[in-house]
Design a protein around this ligand. Structure first.
Ligand code: NAD
Ligand code: MG
Length: 388
């Protein structure tokens, strides 16, 4: 039986992971699950899967979780330290699907113990790509991408020589506002931004899709994961969300990965890798689909993409600053403190402030990353507060 742990089990990726595991229940020994606020879901899944330990990131919910697990023999734990402790328990496969930079420390800890890390938490790679990949290498652990685009690129590269890769193209649905005039965007509501045309995902990534910050994170994720240069990576809008990525080779071939917009494909691929197993996803009927369309992802319309270019060009701690500023700007948009377009302005201003006063090109050590993350958050908050 494979020992698996799921970080962010109560979220969209976590629930899809549990769905796949439950379909082949006897193959897995689920060590632990984590959540934050959704204690009822966390406790129900912990009971169902008979885990060793359930952890909530929210310490104020500890007694609620403990009560919900009373009499089961399942341990309850809470807080950021307990997440890292869980990552240190022996496991073969760890799903990293916490949202935000909070996923970084448990992911690093799992790698230090040699676990295979199925990485949905793209913020880890954006914040600490060189450190994360070096930690995996040092401990002989594997990181498998669980973003649909990066799983697609990974699959297109199997058996290929990286030296023959000319370009990597990741696709973007365009999110909730792909057909709205830019003049209307400043006044859109949180619930409008949180409804995705093609994918069913957590609220934060759905809003990031509408602002294209999700694609910005994914451009950086591509650079950090595959080691290709920024100039080789591009994003195109593909409203159907059926082609997830394409890899262009030196002989002119483009290898495209086509599949339904269902994250259980990328999760299942990482769960069974290096094997392929049957997965419960739709089989596409190409004659029904008829056509695939593409359009340019314009950096004037989507400043997040321009900022991602700068982060990729600069490297160092720019990714940590970018992600943290983006998380703060997103919080402020969700709290209705700033308008939709102001999110990119806040990130831009935060990066400029930090670049002027800090060494963002210092070594990507954990200490520097955490310091930069914190500083970017306080700087972004100051820029948010200074808005009329
Ligand atoms: P979600 O909001 O549905 O779930 C997030 C999970 O993280 C929940 O279990 C929540 O309890 C937990 N969490 C939230 N804040 C936390 C904190 N501070 N500390 C610890 N745990 C915390 O999000 P999601 O859509 O499942 O996305 C999870 C990750 O996967 C994100 O990094 C996202 O970018 C990435 N991803 C998601 C999709 C998708 O289809 N949902 C696709 C690609 C990548
Ligand atoms: Mg994606």
């Amino acid at each position: 039986m494979r020992r698996v742990t799921i970080f962010g089990a109560t979220g969209s990726i976590g629930q899809n992971t549990i769905d796949l595991i439950k379909r082949d229940r006897d193959a897995y020994d689920v060590v632990g699950l984590t959540g934050a606020g959704n204690i009822a879901q966390l406790a129900a899944d912990a009971r169902d899967l008979n885990v060793e330990v359930a952890v909530t990131a929210d310490e104020s919910r500890y007694s609620e979780l403990k009560d919900a697990l009373a009499g089961t023999g399942i341990e309850a734990a809470a807080g950021a330290g307990a997440l890292v402790d869980l990552a240190a328990r022996p496991a073969d496969w760890t799903m990293s699907s916490i949202v935000g930079a909070a996923g970084l420390l448990p992911g690093l800890e799992a790698l230090k113990h040699g676990n295979t890390l199925a990485l949905a938490n793209k913020e880890s790679l954006v914040t600490a790509g060189p450190l994360l990949m070096a930690t995996a290498k040092q401990h002989g652990a594997q990181v498998l991408p669980v973003d649909s685009e990066h799983s697609a690129v990974f699959q297109a590269l199997i058996g290929e020589d990286l030296a023959c890769v000319e370009r990597v193209i990741i696709t973007a649905s365009g999110g909730a506002f792909r057909d709205r005039p830019i003049e209307d965007l400043q006044t859109v509501t949180v619930s409008e931004a949180a409804s995705h045309p093609n994918w069913d995902m957590g609220t934060r990534i759905t809003i990031d899709s509408a602002s294209m910050f999700n694609k910005a994170l994914e451009l950086i994720e591509t650079k950090e994961y595959f080691g290709v240069s920024a100039s080789q990576i591009e994003a195109v809008i593909h409203p159907e969300s059926l082609i997830h990525a394409l890899v262009g080779f030196c002989d002119g071939a483009l290898m495209a990965h086509v599949g339904p917009p269902d994250m259980r494909h990328a999760i299942g691929f990482a769960l069974h890798y290096p094997d392929r197993k049957c997965l419960p996803v739709e089989r596409l009927d190409l004659t029904q689909i008829g056509q695939f369309t593409f359009r340019k992802a314009c950096e004037d319309r989507y400043p997040a993409l321009r900022l991602a270019r700068e982060v990729m060009d600069q490297g160092g701690l720019w990714g940590a600053a970018f992600n943290a500023a983006k998380e703060q700007a997103l919080d402020a948009f969700i709290a209705e403190d700033i308008g939709f377009l102001t999110m990119a302005a806040i990130v831009d201003e935060t990066l400029s402030t930090l670049a002027a006063g800090q060494d963002l090109l210092a070594d990507v050590t954990l200490e520097n990353i955490l310091k930069t993350d914190q500083l970017a958050r306080t700087t972004a908050q100051e820029h948010i507060k200074s808005r009329p």
